[in-house]
Design a protein around this ligand. Structure first.
Ligand SMILES: Nc1ncnc2c1ncn2[C@@H]1O[C@H](COP(=O)(O)OP(=O)(O)OP(=O)(O)O)[C@@H](O)[C@H]1O
Ligand SMILES: [Mg+2]
Length: 533
C-alpha cells in the first residue's frame, strides 16, 4: 500500500481552505436581475441590511431599500445607464454614509458630498451614516436660547429656539424661501459671539437657477462663510432627492456632537415626499392615500426628531430644523401638510392674500404658533410684544367688520388705528434682517402708541429714522437692551423719553418736507408740447 505523505494532506487541506474562503465571498456578491428607472433588482444578497451601500461596476453606488425573500430592491445613486443586467453587485456592509466635517462649510455640494462649486474636492476623512436613531429624551433639554430670524413678525410673535422644529407652510410663491434666507443671513451676528450658528440649506427638487440665486444672495451678504448648500435639484435622480435631507441632518450632527449649534433648512419636504412616492411606486410598494406609501409619516418624523437640544452633559449642542411645506390652494388638511404639522413644534402660515396686499412677510399671525420658542425669547421682547399677537388677530376680525361701514365706538376705532399701524410696522423687505434690540425699539414705539398719530404711509419712514436717531444719539440705550435682555423701569423711562424726543423731531422733519414739496410744486414748469408721447 502506498503511504500517504503529510505534505499531500496539508496540500489538500490548504486547497480546501482556499476554496472555502472563496465560497464565503460569493455570498456577499449578488447579480443584477433587472434594471430600469433608477431601480435595480439584485439576486443573491441574503445578508444585505436596510439602507446598505452596494457597489456596482463603473463606480455606481446603490442603496438597498426593499429587502425581499428572493431579491433586494436597490435605488441607484450614480449614472444608472452604466448598470446592466447580469452585473455583479458587492456588499460594503455599511449603511449609506456621507462625508462630514468643517470642510463642508462654505461649500455647495451634492447630498453625497461631491462638490458643485469651483472650489475643488471636499477633503475630509470623517463620514456619518445618513440615517440614525434620534437621541432619546434623557439626552435632551428644553430649548432655552433663541434663534433670531431678524424678521420682526417672527421674533416678536412666533419666537424660535435652538433645537426647535418650526414648519414654514404656504402656497407657492408666498415668500417661504425668503424667510429661510433672511434667517441664515441673520446668523452672521452669532459668529461674533461664543455660540455661533452654522447653517445648512438643503434644496430638494428645486430649479438649479433658484438655488444659484440663493447662493448669490448668501454670498453677497457674507453668509456663505458659515453656510453649506446641499443641492438635489429637480433634474437630479430621485434617490438623491430622497437622501438629501438625511444627508444634511447627518452633516449637522457632526457639529451637534461637538457642542455646536446648527440651523438646517429643508426646502422643501413636499417635494421630498413626492420623490419618496416615486421611488416607492417604482419599488412596487403598495400605494396608500394620495398614492403615498404607508410609511410616509415615518419618513418625516424620523428626520425631524433628529432636531434636538442636547443636555449639558452631552455638550449642549443643538440642531434647529426649519422645514418648508408647499400647500395647494391653501389646503393645509392634505396628507403631507397634516403629517408635518403634527410632527413640528409650531408653524408659520404664509397666505397669498396677504402677500398680494403687500403685507410681506405674509404671515397669518392668527393661526401661526410657536409651541416651545417662548421660553427662549428675550424678556425685553416678551415685555414689549406680549400682547401683540392677540391684538393683531383681534384687529383682523374688527377690520373685517369695519369694512361694512357700521358706526364704530371710540375704543374700536382706537384698536383699528393701532392695528393698522402695527401691520405696517411689521412689514419688512427682503434680506434686511434687523437686530433684536432695534426690533424691540420699533415694537416698543408701536405698542406704546407713538405711531397712532401718524398717517399709515409714514410709519416706515418713522421706524427707519427712529432707529438711526437712537443709534446715533443714545447708542448705550440699544446696547443695554441687548445686554440686559430685559426692560426695567429705568430703561423703560429712558426709552419713553427718547421716543418723545424723536417724535417731536420727526414732526418737525415732516413739516419741513411739506414746506419743501409745496415750494417744489410751485416751481414745476409746464411740460413742453410733444414731450408726453
Ligand atoms: N418680505 C418680502 N418683501 C418683498 N418681496 C418678497 C418678500 N418675501 C418674498 N418676496 C418676493 O416674493 C417672491 C417669492 O418669494 P420666495 O421665492 O421666497 O417664495 P417661495 O414661497 O419660496 O416660492 P416657491 O414656491 O417658488 O418656492 C420672490 O420674488 C421674492 O422676491
Ligand atoms: Mg421657495
Amino acid at each position: 500500500m502506498e503511504q500517504i505523505r503529510p505534505e499531500e494532506i496539508t496540500d489538500i487541506l490548504e486547497k480546501e481552505i482556499a476554496s472555502y474562503e472563496q465560497e464565503l465571498k460569493m455570498e456577499d456578491r449578488g447579480v443584477v436581475l433587472q434594471v430600469g428607472d433608477g431601480i435595480a433588482r439584485v439576486f443573491g444578497l441574503e445578508n444585505c441590511i436596510y439602507n446598505e451601500m452596494l457597489e456596482f461596476p463603473n463606480d455606481v453606488m446603490g442603496m438597498a431599500l426593499n429587502l425581499e425573500e428572493e431579491s433586494v430592491g436597490v435605488v441607484l445613486l450614480g449614472d444608472t445607464t452604466l448598470v446592466k443586467e447580469g452585473d455583479p453587485v458587492k456588499r460594503t456592509g455599511r449603511v449609506l454614509e456621507v462625508p462630514v466635517g468643517e470642510a463642508i462649510v462654505g461649500r455647495v455640494i451634492s447630498p453625497l458630498g461631491e462638490p458643485l462649486d469651483e472650489k475643488g474636492p471636499v477633503i475630509t476623512k470623517e463620514t456619518r451614516p445618513i440615517e440614525k436613531k434620534a437621541d432619546g429624551v434623557v439626552f435632551r433639554q428644553p430649548v432655552k436660547e433663541p434663534i433670531q430670524t431678524g424678521i420682526k413678525a417672527i421674533d416678536s410673535m412666533i419666537p424660535i429656539g435652538r433645537g426647535q422644529r418650526e414648519l414654514i407652510i404656504g402656497d407657492r410663491s408666498t415668500g417661504k424661501t425668503a424667510i429661510l434666507v433672511d434667517t441664515i443671513i441673520n446668523q452672521k451676528e452669532t459668529h461674533e459671539t461664543d455660540s455661533p450658528v452654522f447653517c445648512i440649506y438643503v434644496a430638494i427638487g428645486q430649479k438649479e437657477s433658484t438655488v444659484a440665486r440663493i447662493y448669490d444672495v448668501l454670498k453677497r451678504h457674507g453668509a456663505m462663510e458659515y453656510t453649506t448648500i446641499i443641492v438635489a435639484a429637480a433634474s437630479d435622480p430621485t434617490p438623491l432627492q430622497y437622501i438629501a435631507p438625511y444627508a444634511g441632518c447627518a452633516m449637522a450632527e457632526h457639529f451637534l456632537y461637538q457642542g455646536k449649534h446648527t440651523l438646517v433648512c429643508y426646502d422643501d419636504l413636499s417635494k421630498h415626499a413626492a420623490a419618496y412616492r416615486t421611488l416607492s411606486l417604482l419599488l412596487r410598494r403598495p400605494p396608500g392615500r394620495e398614492a403615498f406609501p404607508g410609511d410616509v409619516f415615518y419618513l418625516h418624523s424620523r428626520l425631524l426628531e433628529r432636531a434636538i437640544k442636547l443636555s449639558d452633559e452631552k455638550g449642549g449642542g443643538s440642531i434647529t430644523a426649519l422645514p418648508i411645506i408647499e400647500t395647494q390652494a391653501g389646503d393645509v388638511s392634505a396628507y403631507i401638510p397634516t403629517n408635518v404639522i403634527s410632527i413640528t413644534d409650531g408653524q408659520i402660515y404664509l397666505e397669498p392674500d396677504l402677500f398680494y396686499q403687500g403685507i410681506r412677510p405674509a404671515i397669518n399671525v392668527g393661526i401661526s404658533v410657536s409651541r416651545v420658542g417662548g421660553s427662549a425669547q428675550t424678556k425685553a421682547m416678551k415685555k414689549v410684544a406680549g400682547m401683540l399677537r392677540l391684538d393683531l388677530a383681534q384687529y383682523r376680525e374688527l377690520a373685517a367688520f369695519a369694512s361694512f361701514g357700521s358706526e364704530l365706538d371710540k375704543a374700536t376705532q382706537a384698536q383699528l388705528t393701532r392695528g393698522e399701524r402695527m401691520v405696517e410696522l411689521l412689514k419688512q423687505g427682503l434680506y434686511k434682517p434687523i437686530p433684536v434690540e432695534e426690533q424691540v425699539l420699533a415694537i416698543f414705539a408701536g405698542t406704546r402708541g407713538f405711531l397712532d398719530a401718524l398717517p399709515v404711509d409714514k410709519v416706515k419712514a418713522y421706524e427707519e429714522k427712529l432707529i438711526a436717531y437712537v443709534k446715533e444719539k443714545y447708542p448705550d440705550l440699544l446696547r443695554e437692551v441687548r445686554k440686559k435682555g430685559t426692560i426695567d423701569d429705568d430703561l423703560e423711562a429712558r426709552l419713553n423719553n427718547a421716543l418723545e424726543e424723536f417724535s417731536k423731531h420727526f414732526a418737525a422733519l415732516q413739516e419741513e418736507e411739506r414746506g419743501q414739496s409745496a415750494a417744489a410744486t410751485d416751481n414745476v414748469e409746464e411740460p413742453m408740447e410733444g414731450e408726453n408721447n
